[in-house]
Design a protein around this ligand. Structure first.
Ligand code: IPE
Ligand code: IPE
Ligand code: MG
Length: 234
C-alpha cells in the first residue's frame, strides 16, 4: 500500500488513543515522565499534520477517569504538561484558526489548570477552521451516566439524536476513525457511544514514535476500508 501520500478519502473526524508513553520511556531506561514529555511533542506534530491534511476534527484521549489512580507524581507530571501545552501553544492555535474543546470532568483538576483550560476554550470558541477536542478526566461510562441524569432532569423520553446532544460531543460529528497506538487492542472507556460505527486501527508503534509516516499509513488504510453501516452495497 502506498503510504507516502494522502488518499482522496479522508475521515472528517479522527480520534487518537495516545498510548505507550510509559513503555517508550522504560525502553530507554528513562522515567515515565520523559515518555509523557515526548508524547506531547508527538501530539503537536500529529495534530498539525491532520489539520494540514484537511481533517477538520481531531480528538485526543489525554487523561482518562481511571488515570487518576496512577501514582501522584505521575498525575502531577501530566498536570504540568497540560499547563505548559495550553499556555505555550494557545497563541499558535489561535493563529491557525483552531477551536479548542474539552470533554471530561474538569472539576477534578487544580484551579489554576482549570482556568488555563477555560481560557483556551473561551479564546478559541469563534475559530472555525478546525476543532481540536481534548479528553481530560474523561470516561465514556461517566459521560453516558451524566447524559442519562440530564435526560431524567428534563423529564421526557430521549431518542438517539436528542440523547447525543446531552453528551460532551453534542456539536461534534462521531469519529470516523479511531487510532490506538502501542499495540493494545481495546477502547479503555473511550467514546463508547460515538464509536458505534467508527473504523478502529490498533497500531504497534508507541505514541512517542508515531509520526507522519504512521499517520499516512493509517489514513491510507482507512481509505481502503469498506464502511457499510449494516447495509448491503448494491
Ligand atoms: C499514554 O501512555 C498516556 C496516558 C495514559 C496519560 P501510558 O502512560 O499509558 O503509557 P504505557 O501504556 O504505560 O506505555
Ligand atoms: C488509555 O490508556 C487512556 C489514554 C490514552 C489517555 P491507558 O494506558 O490508561 O489504558 P489501559 O490501562 O491500557 O487500558
Ligand atoms: Mg497505557
Amino acid at each position: 500500500m502506498k503510504s507516502d501520500r494522502l488518499p482522496d478519502k479522508l475521515p472528517r473526524h479522527i480520534a487518537f488513543i495516545m498510548d505507550g508513553n510509559g513503555r517508550w520511556a522504560k525502553r530507554r531506561l528513562l522515567p515515565r515522565k520523559a515518555g509523557h514529555r515526548e508524547g506531547v511533542k508527538t501530539l503537536r506534530k500529529i495534530v498539525d499534520e491532520c489539520f494540514r491534511a484537511g481533517i477538520p476534527f481531531v480528538t485526543l484521549y489525554a487523561f482518562s477517569t481511571e488515570n487518576k489512580e496512577r501514582p501522584a507524581d505521575e498525575v502531577e507530571t501530566l498536570f504540568s504538561l497540560m499547563k505548559e501545552y495550553f499556555t505555550e501553544f494557545l497563541g499558535e492555535m489561535l493563529e491557525k484558526g483552531i477551536r479548542i474543546t474539552v470533554m471530561g470532568d474538569l472539576s477534578y483538576f487544580p484551579a489554576d489548570l482549570r482556568s488555563i483550560i477555560g481560557d483556551a476554550v473561551q479564546k478559541s470558541k469563534d475559530c472555525t477552521d478546525s476543532t481540536l477536542n481534548i479528553a481530560l478526566n474523561y470516561g465514556a461510562r461517566s459521560e453516558i451516566v451524566r447524559a442519562v441524569n440530564a435526560a431524567v432532569e428534563q423529564g421526557k423520553p430521549v431518542d438517539e439524536t436528542s440523547f447525543s446532544r446531552l453528551l460532551y460531543t453534542a456539536d461534534l460529528p462521531d469519529p470516523d476513525l479511531v487510532v490506538r497506538t502501542s499495540g493494545e487492542a481495546r477502547l479503555s472507556n473511550f467514546m463508547l457511544w460515538q464509536c458505534a460505527y467508527s473504523e478502529l486501527f490498533f497500531v504497534k508503534t508507541l505514541w512517542p514514535d508515531f509520526g507522519k509516516k504512521e499517520l499516512y499509513e493509517v489514513l491510507n488504510g482507512y481509505a481502503a476500508r469498506d464502511r457499510r453501516f449494516g447495509k448491503v452495497k448494491q
